[in-house]
Write a protein that binds this ligand. Structure first.
Ligand SMILES: Cc1cc2nc3c(=O)[nH]c(=O)nc-3n(C[C@H](O)[C@H](O)[C@H](O)COP(=O)(O)O)c2cc1C
Length: 171
């Protein structure tokens, strides 16, 4: 699968088989995140791989009770270090949100290429997630994703056409 095919095939998956994934597959997915670009190459991130069933259920509970997350054998919790990130992106913001998002999306695309499903989870209570996993105070949780073999094949969701989202030479 080339990169555009992975991008085209990726879907938010909300039903999972319980089959575990091979260690080497997980390793390639994590490697795809590790190689992501980041502001000044600071790599202000840590990814918690949650396999424990009880913890997965607690994380789903803390994510607006999206219990489908716990069906997958793995949940990845993407954390960022604001104080270790490039502080003047565009001269107005810290880069950690962008950095961690790029790395997680790299992982999600590699997961697609491996035949696995993911779903970006943004609806979660950060305080609860941090308590469940013992995340230090200064570390922020950006997103979670379940990772497992899909048990559904959702159709593609609509996207705006290129003419609406691209302009040339001027805004
Ligand atoms: C920042 C962000 C937060 C999201 N939060 C959730 C979520 O909490 N639960 C969920 O089921 N999907 C969530 N999604 C997935 C979107 O609903 C999904 O990407 C969008 O509808 C397009 O569908 P597709 O991913 O299948 O192309 C989120 C996506 C993003 C980028």
């Amino acid at each position: 699968m080339n990169i555009l095919e992975a991008i085209q095939n990726r879907r938010s998956i909300r039903k999972y088989k319980q089959d575990d994934l091979p260690e080497e597959v997980l390793h390639r997915i994590l490697e795809a995140g590790r190689l992501a670009p980041s502001g000044k190459n600071f790599q202000p991130w840590k990814f918690i791989i949650v396999r424990d069933e009880k913890l997965r259920r607690q994380l789903a509970e803390a994510s607006a009770r999206q219990y489908f997350m716990a069906e997958a054998p793995v949940i990845i919790v993407a954390c960022g270090f604001p104080e270790e990130s490039y502080a003047r992106m565009g001269r107005y913001m810290k880069s950690w949100v962008v950095d961690v998002a790029i790395a997680l999306e790299h992982m999600m695309l590699q997961a697609t290429a491996e035949g696995l499903g993911t779903c970006w989870i943004g609806a979660f209570e950060e305080k609860e997630v941090k308590e469940i996993l013992g995340v230090p105070e200064e570390v922020r949780v950006l997103a979670l994703t379940p990772l497992g073999y899909p048990a559904e094949e959702p159709p593609p969701r609509a996207r705006k056409p290129l003419e609406k989202i691209v302009s040339y030479d001027r805004y």
